[in-house]
Design a protein around this ligand. Structure first.
Ligand code: C5P
Length: 407
């Protein structure tokens, strides 16, 4: 599934209440449409003070709904019709005042009327608060947020950082891309709700001297996609990452490491407390036996000899986790350049794990797509060529099915 189809077929009712974060909602409309959604914008009177309906209409390609007296609706019931057509109602930005209205069930304008008249079972309410940090921290707002959650709404954020008022703290509306990703996640089935996953990803870096080291070409993309897919499926995810240049998927706890030994130290004490361990990291098999304290220098003479150094083996993290008495469900990866099935089957036995995921290493390193071969004691199944996120979601389905079997 490409980025442009993540929200295909979804109809989003996007409500704007008053707040400076309305400028981000313009970008949000673009991103939602780019992801394949259709968007109906609804604005409160206060929102119109911050951004014009003209902008929002042009971006959403639909007239903006603003008044409960809008005569364009044949039955004159915009507040009913809007949510009957929508798969989800997202209020972004949600001001402190609008949140208070939601909590009280007040319905004195189109946006609040619509939220109240929403069929809660089939059109969820997602709310992205945006306000000054003092307003957010105020006990009244915190009470309202707790009540809003208790009433079934999903609260997205808020984020933290610089605020339009010049202060710094909690209360910023999430960025447009973050809200898009939250929406994509919202529509994923919650197959791993209540489960905990520990995932390793990326290469390791084994220093030779302060500036050089041994590493490999793993980009970490597959592991990060699995972490994202697991979080989307409702799991609590900890991602132990080697040196990679990738953004942490939303909602994922990340632990950065450099070397195989550091990865081992990060994983082993945590592993037993998790339901599932997925080892995607391309852990270096060997490390220099000693790290030279200072940079190894050429002496400049034509007779200079290349330095040599001894290698020593790194511990096998996956095998160590699989040997724990209270081990999680372990999934290993096999990146091979040939004979994928044979090597994957061999690894299944050697590592003592119930599932090995094979992929052809050189063909996938750094790419956004891949093809996987799932190998377990029963047999094998191919997940054909696709983008890494779609494959990750399929793998999550397979893992959740195996967890069900274990119950
Ligand atoms: O032994 P090999 O590297 O071929 O096995 C690959 C699988 O084992 C992957 O899941 C990888 O993350 C894991 N592994 C590990 N620690 C190592 C080597 C590999 O966890 N030292």
């Amino acid at each position: 599934m490409s980025e442009s189809t993540q929200l295909a077929g979804k109809h989003v009712l996007l409500g704007l209440s008053g707040g400076i974060a309305c400028y981000k909602s313009a970008e949000l409309v673009r991103l939602l449409i780019k992801a394949g959604a259709t968007v109906q914008v609804m604005m409160s009177e206060a929102a119109e003070a911050f951004i014009t309906p003209v902008t929002m209409q042009a971006l959403s390609n639909q007239p903006v709904l603003m008044s409960q007296w809008d005569a364009r609706e044949p039955n004159n019931m915009a507040h009913i019709n809007a949510t009957r057509r929508a798969d989800v109602m997202l209020v972004a930005p949600a001001s402190a005042d609008f949140i208070a209205k939601l909590v009280q069930g007040r319905a004195n304008d189109l946006l609040s009327l619509t939220a109240l008249a929403r069929p809660a079972q089939r059109c969820a309410l997602l709310v992205a608060p945006a306000m000054n940090r003092e307003m957010w921290a105020h006990p009244a707002t915190q009470r309202n947020i707790a009540q809003l959650r208790a009433d079934g709404a999903v609260v997205l954020g808020p984020g933290s950082g610089d605020q339009a008022c010049g202060e710094i703290g909690d209360g910023r509306m999430l960025e447009a891309a973050e809200l898009r990703d939250e929406l994509i996640a919202f529509f994923q089935p919650k197959l791993l709700a209540g489960k905990t996953l520990l995932i390793t990803a990326g290469p390791t870096f084994e220093p030779i001297d302060p500036v050089r080291g041994l590493t490999n070409r793993s980009s970490g993309k597959m592991g990060f996609a699995i972490a994202r897919a697991a979080a989307e499926a409702g799991a609590e995810v900890t991602l132990v990452a080697g040196p990679v240049h990738l953004a942490t998927p939303r909602g994922v706890r990340r632990v950065d490491v450099q070397t195989a030994l550091q990865m081992y130290d990060a994983v082993l004490p945590r592993a037993a407390a998790h339901d599932v361990f997925v080892a995607t990291a391309a852990v270096a098999d060997w490390r220099p036996a000693q790290m030279t304290e200072h940079k190894i220098k050429k002496d400049g003479s034509s007779a200079s000899t290349a330095p040599s150094f001894e290698l020593t083996e790194n511990p096998d993290i996956l095998a160590a986790v699989a040997a724990l008495a209270d081990k999680p469900f372990c999934v290993g990866f096999a990146a091979e350049s040939r004979d994928l099935l044979k090597h994957a089957r061999e690894k299944l036995l050697r590592k003592g794990v119930p599932l090995i995921v094979g992929n052809l290493g050189p063909a996938t390193f750094g790419r956004d797509d891949n093809a996987l071969l799932l190998v377990d004691a029963q047999g094998q199944r191919e997940l054909p060529h696709n983008d890494k996120l779609s494959l990750a979601r399929e793998l999550i389905r397979e893992i959740s099915a195996r967890l069900q079997e274990k119950l």
